[in-house]
Design a protein around this ligand. Structure first.
Ligand SMILES: NC(=O)c1ccc[n+]([C@@H]2O[C@H](COP(=O)([O-])OP(=O)(O)OC[C@H]3O[C@@H](n4cnc5c(N)ncnc54)[C@H](O)[C@@H]3O)[C@@H](O)[C@H]2O)c1
Length: 432
């Protein structure tokens, strides 16, 4: 197997027509509201949607707007010489929900995996639903996730709906006996939902995985592999960032990104400790600064959130420290990144440390036809991990424990920021 050179010594609705009617009515009134915004955000949303994961609409002055941060495709850091070995003839029957501004439903390669058959898709918007079906080569569509999960043929569901709906949608899919993969975050600002989800997954015996993209980035994969082999020792200090300037929020379903508290979206940065070690944050002190960006002023958003940047100092379950930041209101260099320093070595762009005999840190081959995809070539790996965990009946990497430790620590960090940095304890989730 090819090795990367390492420098040593020197990253719901429940059943019934009535409820469905409500979903449908909500959808329509939301569509109508948006349609009526003929200028500004409405037009911008349309442009975003048509241009495909772009930060702004295509115009004659700006014919090639940049992609939304993280949507760059990459194949680096992947073993292109090795061949993926099939291990089962089984085909998992998957249903996919959500084809919003990020077009996430079709972006993880379920439709390309030899052990998957995408049997149904859904989005509340019929045009999005139809496009998702086309992209996935699937003829069966449902008007909502709630309808789709009633289909007994479906064994597993990918929840790529809006972030505020994840908990509700995952619970509904579990209730119907499906394994579930969810886009981040696991829950949206609610500690009660976190506890509910934890209990539901634990008692269901079904697989749950959160698709935290940083966890399969090239650098974090290397960090985790070296950590597991003992090359870093315990982590003394780690830091991670998700910096993404949103002077205008990206238009999203029912505008959930308007005024979003930064630490309610903490998983990309927190992964640079939790996704490396499998450990947890135990306590936090977080600071924020009143934002000058309009949608991030408390009086202008539904979350009463005054912050566009929140920087958290965490204590870790290994007894170390971590600094994790999320920022929407600071223009300039951005991305989803991190670094770690351990008792035996550190990882910035490379390993530097005491261990001479290091493991292979190149990400393995993917099944034929499965692209690594967006967010540093992580999408294909996340999907493959979920599918493999079902077929092999094993714990997926980002299981419910890790998913909630990644998410809940940020929710508590936001509470701390609202209390001017008061130290707060963080609930711990662990499945043995
Ligand atoms: N790096 C990452 O991991 C990353 C990057 C981008 C987005 N995301 C996550 O991916 C998810 C999707 O993001 P987005 O920007 O496309 O969201 P969005 O808000 O633009 O779209 C959500 C979609 O879900 C659909 N939906 C909502 N309720 C539904 C239901 N009951 N049944 C069927 N469809 C339903 C809506 O119709 C909409 O099209 C979000 O949760 C976001 O947090 C993660």
């Amino acid at each position: 197997m090819k090795r990367k050179k390492i420098t040593s010594g020197a990253d719901d609705a429940s059943s019934g027509e009535k409820k469905n009617q409500i979903v449908s009515d909500e959808k329509q009134s939301w569509s109508r509201r948006n349609f009526l915004k003929s200028a500004g955000m409405g037009a911008m949303a349309l442009g975003l949607y048509q241009s495909g994961c772009k930060e702004s609409p295509k115009t004659s002055q700006n014919p090639d707007p940049p992609l939304i941060s993280g949507f760059e495709r990459t194949a680096s850091g992947q073993d292109t010489t090795a061949v993926w070995k099939p291990f089962s003839d089984r085909k998992i029957r998957v249903g996919i929900a959500g084809y919003g501004v990020c077009r996430f439903g079709a972006d993880f390669g379920f439709q390309n995996h030899p052990n998957v058959e995408v049997v149904a898709v859904t989005d509340l918007f019929p045009d999005r639903c139809a496009e998702l079906a086309k992209k996935c080569g699937c003829s069966k569509t449902y008007p909502s996730l709630e309808e789709m999960v009633k289909d007994d043929k479906i064994e597993a569901v990918f929840v790529a709906t809006d972030a505020p709906s994840h908990a509700k949608h995952v619970l509904e899919a579990l209730r119907r006996g499906k394994h579930v993969a969810s886009a981040v975050p696991a829950v949206f600002g609610s500690l009660e939902d976190a506890d509910k989800l934890f209990e539901a997954v634990k008692t269901s015996g079904l697989k749950y995985m959160m698709f935290e993209t940083s966890c399969f980035r090239e650098d974090l994969y290397a960090m985790r592999t070296i950590y597991d082999a003992g090359g870093l020792g315990k982590l003394v200090y780690s830091e991670g960032e998700y910096f993404h300037y949103m002077g205008e929020p990206i238009d999203s379903f029912r505008e959930w990104r308007v005024g979003l508290p930064p630490q309610w979206y903490p998983t990309h940065s927190n992964a640079y400790y939790i996704g490396v070690t499998g450990e947890r944050f135990t306590e936090v002190s977080c600071k924020g600064m009143a934002s000058v960006v309009n949608h991030l002023k408390a009086e202008n958003n539904r979350y009463k959130n005054p912050f566009g940047t929140e920087i958290a100092l965490f204590g870790t379950s290994e007894g170390g420290m971590a600094r994790m930041g999320v920022s929407w209101d600071t223009p300039g260099d951005g991305g989803e990144r991190g670094r770690v320093r351990g008792q035996k070595g550190s990882y910035y762009a490379n390993y530097e440390g005491l261990e001479k005999n290091l493991p292979d840190i190149i990400r393995p081959a993917l099944p034929p036809g499965v692209p690594p995809g967006g967010h540093g070539g992580s999408h294909g790996y996340l999907m493959n991990e979920f599918v493999s965990s079902i077929i092999m009946d094993r714990k997926p990497l980002v299981d419910i424990g890790m998913a909630l430790n990644l998410t809940v620590s940020g929710i508590v960090a936001h509470q701390s920021a609202l209390k001017d940095g008061e130290w707060l304890k963080i609930p711990q989730y662990k499945i043995s």
